[in-house]
Ligand binder design. Sequence first.
Ligand SMILES: NC(=O)c1ccc[n+]([C@@H]2O[C@H](COP(=O)([O-])OP(=O)(O)OC[C@H]3O[C@@H](n4cnc5c(N)ncnc54)[C@H](O)[C@@H]3O)[C@@H](O)[C@H]2O)c1
Length: 248
Amino acid sequence: MGRLDGKVVIITGGARGQGAEEARLFTEEGATVVITDVLDEIGIACASGILRSTYIHLDVRSESEWESAVAAVIAKHGRVDVLVNNAGVDMSKRFELTTLEDWERVVAINQTGVFLGMRTVGRAMIAAGTGGSIINISSVAGMEAVKGRAAYGSTKWAVRGITKIGALEWGEHGIRVNSVHPGFIETPMTSDLKAFKDPATRARAEHIVSLRRMGQPIDIAWMALFLASDESSYCTGQEFVVDGGVHH
Ligand SMILES: NC(=O)c1ccc[n+]([C@@H]2O[C@H](COP(=O)([O-])OP(=O)(O)OC[C@H]3O[C@@H](n4cnc5c(N)ncnc54)[C@H](O)[C@@H]3O)[C@@H](O)[C@H]2O)c1
């Protein structure tokens, strides 16, 4: 028996990285997973390699694409039990160099995308009356101030905040909302960074991690699985840091 038997899950930004790993783990645990992304070719290939998963194009910035994606999932599978708001883009720039265009791009994907996802799926869960679990992927940059992260960090703090508001308003509907805060995780988003590529820089970065290693997508997927499953049935409005012990 799987921990997610019978559950229907939507994962945004699931074509690669952490989202793809969550799709793999969740289907192994019995879920039906709808992978969504803007990287259509990679997303289709990813879903074709995972049993009980399909792919739908969904740019998280688009209200109308959210409406049609959720309607398509309900038409096909009859329900949505879990949403993982995982899609995101990185941005590292000193505050004074951050342009309005930089800011608006990151906010649209990392913050507005999460709002639209929560609202669209939250409405469907309320209408169905069956409750559900919404998992918002924030960052350790949403737990503390990180230099060079005016835009990115602000969106990740906002995701932490909207998580708590959703949990407060929707608890009466049996909808749980929690945030996950990854540390250094090796994915296509980060693999080009010096901290991952350059052995000396990597060794220095690993040294500040209590567990002395960079995180892998599966480290986050295990936490997302816990939050998606009924094993976390009394957790809502909380932040779950998965960083190997950097943030204390
Ligand atoms: N990798 C890390 O070290 C790290 C640390 C903390 C938080 N995070 C967060 O984890 C999440 C997953 O990131 P990842 O590390 O797997 O990186 P990734 O780049 O591999 O995955 C992000 C996915 O989001 C998709 N995406 C981007 N813009 C989109 C849009 N407008 N609509 C839909 N999808 C879109 C990308 O195509 C990609 O598939 C992100 O929210 C990221 O901010 C990552």
